[in-house]
Design a protein around this ligand. Structure first.
Ligand SMILES: Cc1ncc(C[n+]2csc(CCOP(=O)(O)OP(=O)(O)O)c2C)c(N)n1
Ligand SMILES: [Mg+2]
Length: 595
């Protein structure tokens, strides 16, 4: 067996005779692929056989959903393609949820989907399903290898398009097409250099910023994807403009910077919202301003409807899509920030006049929010007070604060979908990019843990931490086996409040506490972790959280995966979807009680 570390990534050049499996593998090598997540299957075994010799590590997972989430995490922590592969039929349908999640995380994941053999299509043979329609709405591009001779060409295109279109692509390969003999050349990767946007729109944006009396920047995920944090800092400093992170992108601007106001959106920073509300010009840099991320929060409709909105995004389709724009720039976030800073250099800035006053306002809003958060020990609605009374477990907010205090400087944190994970948004602060990996807008429970495993493969020297609720943990803890088997050490922090809390909150707020399917009787998750070969620790006192968490992160250096099970009260923070629920109305007699 070839040692992967010894293999050099050398690609064959010129037209040559080879097998389609070789063409496939050599194209992966040409695209720089070093890790592929998946579950073994006969459909692609002829190609799989060559992985070690090609210097590609195959990382076997527990479930194909895990493979695709890991590919997503790998992309998000590195900026390099995440790749997953599986058996035709059920192995591929198991990808669906995770590919949909990658779609809304804008992750360049290549889902390699071997298909039933071309000679049996339509006959209803083993593991056959039409694999293209299933992914048609959750991929940016679908390549179907319709002839073995096109293996390299179409494989390369799936990789090129994933980066070009900033999202998942599918490479669908009838399984018989791995065999045979073809003549082909391995295509070199095509990477398009992205520019700052049109000069007229940049001029207009610079004018608006120069005339702004209270400019505010929203730093979106595009800033990280463009490696543009430094450029964003330079532009913010040139304008002395406060910066808000877009929802779940708390890593697009350093939290310790004097101009940083924190994240917008659900359980975000009130300081960010109040500062944004004062803006007369908003620069949304690398953000699609997704509707869920700009909803009113804390009873505050903070969006400055009368401000001029300059939106910069590399994807022209999102410009002006959600919020009314005054100026749209179709450009790379980093390049656009540099171009705007250059244009503003010699200009008189209207905002310089009231600089002191603005900086004082920003500072004061930040202090007010920090103070409010520091004093916010538990939820105060009637139901939360009732269930927390006499509980021997921890108030989630106090526990989250301890985690914040003990957070390693090099942390990467993924967050799942759930009430406590969402509250964590207030307590997650980062000073470097590629540090926060929320479940983004597909919002599937079970995202955080496998995604963080992929992040750790991409960035093995960083502390890898997944925040997961107990319900979501039930969906995803199987991948502990991947951590143990493949020696990928991760820390999972499991918030055990014995309930599907986020949904229970809707029962409380809208359905008169008629609880159905929301209470969880859990086994010992720490015990399960130990039985699976990982470390497990249970904490039920706030004073012990920091030490247990620190220890778990430290153990990553020794190759150990640790599950930190944190026992919480059943209190619940502000709900997710107040915007999308209505008080129930019933018309039929038999249902009249259900209001
Ligand atoms: C795959 C999937 N199924 C169902 C949901 C609906 N859902 C959203 S939040 C939530 C509850 C999460 O519970 P838990 O993970 O225990 O976290 P908690 O809210 O208790 O903090 C559910 C079921 C979802 N988002 N994703
Ligand atoms: Mg829960």
């Amino acid at each position: 067996m070839t040692d992967i570390a010894e293999v050099k990534h050398v690609v064959v050049t010129g037209k040559q005779r080879m097998t389609p499996s070789e063409a496939f593998i050599e194209t992966l090598v040409a695209q720089g692929v070093k890790n592929v997540f998946g579950i073994v299957g006969s459909a692609y075994m002829d190609a799989l056989d060559l992985f070690p010799a090609a210097g590609i590590r195959f990382i076997p997972t527990v479930h194909e959903q895990g493979s695709a989430h890991m590919a997503d995490g790998y992309f998000r922590s590195t900026g390099r393609h995440g790749v997953c592969i599986g058996q035709n039929g059920p192995g591929i349908t198991n990808f669906v949820t995770a590919i949909a999640a990658a779609y809304w995380a804008h992750s360049a994941v290549v889902a390699i989907t071997p298909e039933a053999g071309s000679m049996s299509t339509g006959l209803g043979g083993f593991q056959e399903t039409d694999q293209l329609p299933i992914f048609s709405k959750i991929t940016k591009y679908q390549a179907h290898v319709n002839n073995a001779a096109r293996m390299a060409e179409l494989t390369a295109r799936a990789f090129d398009r994933a980066i070009l279109e900033m999202g998942p692509t599918q490479l669908n390969i009838p399984r018989d097409f791995f065999y045979g003999e073809i003549e082909c050349e391995i295509p070199q990767p095509i990477r398009i250099e992205r520019g700052p946007g049109g000069s007229a729109s940049l001029d207009a944006a610079a004018d608006a910023l120069a005339q702004a009396r209270f400019p505010v920047i929203i730093a979106g995920g595009g800033v990280t994807m463009a490696n543009g944090v430094e450029a964003c800092i330079a532009l913010a400093e040139a304008l002395d403009a406060p910066v808000c992170n877009s929802y779940l992108h708390n890593d697009t601007f350093p939290a310790k910077h004097r101009l940083a106001c924190g994240p917008l959106g659900y359980h975000g920073s009130k300081a960010a919202m109040k500062v944004l509300a004062r803006a007369d010009v908003v620069l949304a840099l690398g953000s699609r301003l997704g509707p869920f991320g700009v909803l009113p929060q804390y009873g505050m409709d903070y969006w400055p409807a009368n401000a001029k909105l300059i939106q910069v995004d590399a994807d022209a389709r999102v410009l002006g899509l959600v919020k009314k724009t005054s100026i749209t720039v179709n450009g790379d976030a980093r390049e656009a920030a540099l171009a705007l800073a250059a244009r503003l250099k010699a200009r008189q800035l209207a905002s310089a006049v009231n600089r002191e006053e603005r900086m004082a306002a920003v500072k004061s809003e930040k202090e007010t929010w920090a103070k409010e958060l520091a004093g916010w020990d538990h939820e105060t609605d009637a139901w939360s007070l009732e269930v927390a009374k006499g509980s021997k477990y921890m108030h989630p907010r106090q526990m989250l604060r301890e985690l914040e205090k003990a957070m390693p400087e090099d942390a990467m944190v993924s967050t799942d979908i759930g009430n406590i994970c969402q509250i964590a948004n207030s307590y997650l602060k980062f000073n470097r990019p590629r540090s926060m990996f929320g479940a983004m807008m597909f919002g599937n429970c079970g995202y955080a843990f496998p995604t963080m495993i992929g992040c750790k493969v991409g960035a093995p020297d960083r502390s890898a931490i997944a925040f997961v609720g107990d319900g979501a943990w039930g969906m995803s803890f199987g991948e502990i086996m991947t951590c143990v088997r493949e020696k990928i050490p991760v820390t999972a922090v499991v918030f055990n409040n014995q309930q599907w809390g986020a949904e229970k909150k809707n029962h409380v707020d809208f359905y008169s506490n008629r609880f159905l399917g929301v209470n969880l009787e859990n086994p010992s998750f720490a015990g399960i972790a130990k039985a699976m070969g990982a470390e497990g620790v249970v904490v039920d006192k706030v004073a012990d959280v920091g030490e247990a968490f620190r220890q778990a992160c430290k153990q990553q250096k020794e190759g150990k995966t640790t599950i930190v099970e944190l026992m919480c009260t059943r209190e619940l923070g502000d709900p997710f979807r107040r915007d999308a629920l209505k008080k129930p109305a019933r018309m039929l007699e038999k249902y009249k009680r259900y209001v």
